[in-house]
Unconditional design. Structure first.
Lengths: 280, 91
């Protein structure tokens, strides 16, 4: 026979709320009445397990969370902190459930139903946005001089630059004019929602120190040295969950030297030795 | 609603809460069901009422609710985000 049961909250005693300066708690009290004994495994040696049947009935109707409004605005998510099941009659059991505010990332010292759930309970979901750009950038040095012609006012001076070697583009007596090229850019933002207790001053200071640095390990699938952390912005109600947006710029973690046939991989932030004028 | 910071924040909180459970069908209190319904239009699998017929607990499909919130608010797990970004960078 399938397990069937009814439940009823206890008038007045259920749903009591207790708030202090550092805790938030709500209690539910109700009764479940069903065919627990009928469904119990009755063992001559170990006795019936109708208590397990009653507990399973309680599990099936007790929500693991309870959202409550805060005095200062916003909401708090309470988690199931205590569950007590006591037999009142043959097939009647009293169930008491307590919901309490829990630190989302608990340390081992804080016992509770969420202990050990640190990885699961941590903020696992993020929102993404992308930005692919094409920026104009002025290049003043060419990878190789392809041709030149003598200026009739130059008094037969020869060009200081050799064919096929890097040289300034559009060089005049007033400097190198250069040429505009389009450079691809790929930036992305990650938004995660953090609770006020996660947004500590030390965390913000860490963000400040991390700004303008690149990843030293694989980050969101990008290899080390290819993602530049630009900035983080947090806004919203400080009593509630705050969205924090992190901005990153992706770039290859290498570049080729312009030395044509002998082109080598090099650090993208270093100056290209092939573009050094003293070489010519 | 989807564009409001508060709705996104609440969606994030519920998304993390729902992902923490391993129940197929998860019970939620009526007010919380109302919030979830407003956030993502979730429908109850079952409604448990007391003897007077007043709804006391709503049973929802947990996986379906998670997917609805992810779709509507554009949330990704970190693994999915990695894959998305890698795909985007390969273009």
């Amino acid at each position: 026979m399938p397990l069937t049961f009814e439940f009823e909250e206890e008038y007045r005693n259920s749903r009591s709320i207790d708030i202090t300066h550092d805790s938030f708690q709500q209690d539910f009290v109700f009764y479940v009445c069903g065919n627990f004994y009928e469904n119990a495994n009755v063992d001559a040696t170990y006795g019936p397990d109708d208590d397990i049947q009653a507990l399973n009935a309680a599990y099936s109707i007790i929500p693991p969370f309870r959202s409550m409004p805060l005095y200062a605005g916003g909401n708090i998510l309470l988690t199931l902190d205590r569950l007590a099941v006591n037999q009142v009659g043959d097939d009647l059991w009293k169930v008491e459930a307590t919901y309490a505010a829990k630190n989302e990332d608990q340390t081992a010292g804080n016992a509770g139903p969420n202990q050990g759930d640190k990885q699961i309970w941590s903020n696992n979901f993020v929102q993404l946005s992308f930005n692919v750009t094409a920026a104009r950038e002025k290049r003043t040095m060419s990878r190789g001089l392809s041709s030149y012609s003598a200026n009739i006012n130059a008094n037969n001076k020869t060009s200081p630059y050799k064919l096929n070697y890097p040289s300034p583009m559009g060089l005049t007596t007033e400097g190198a004019d250069g040429a505009d090229v389009y450079v691809r850019g790929f930036s992305f933002s990650i938004t995660r929602y953090m609770t006020p207790n996660q947004l500590t001053f030390s965390y913000v200071r860490r963000l400040y120190r991390m700004s303008t640095t690149v990843n030293n390990n694989t980050f969101f699938g990008f290899p080390a040295g290819s993602v530049l952390f630009l900035e983080a912005t947090g806004s919203g109600d400080v009593f509630s969950t705050v969205p924090v947006t992190f901005d990153f710029q992706m770039r290859p973690n290498f570049k080729f030297t312009t030395d044509k046939a002998q082109a080598l991989l090099m650090d993208p932030t270093a100056d290209d030795p092939a573009l050094c004028l003293t070489r010519c | 609603l989807v564009n409001s910071t508060e709705a996104n924040a609440r969606a994030s909180v519920w998304l993390n809460a729902l992902s923490k459970s391993n129940l197929d069908n998860m019970p939620v209190y009526p007010q919380d069901f109302k919030t979830l319904s407003q956030l993502c239009g979730v429908k109850p699998v079952r409604i448990l009422k007391n003897a007077e017929g007043v709804p006391r607990v709503f049973i929802i499909d947990r996986e379906d609710t998670i997917q609805k919130i992810k779709d509507i608010y554009g949330f990704f797990t970190k693994k999915e985000a990695e894959s998305q970004l890698k795909d985007a960078a390969d273009i």
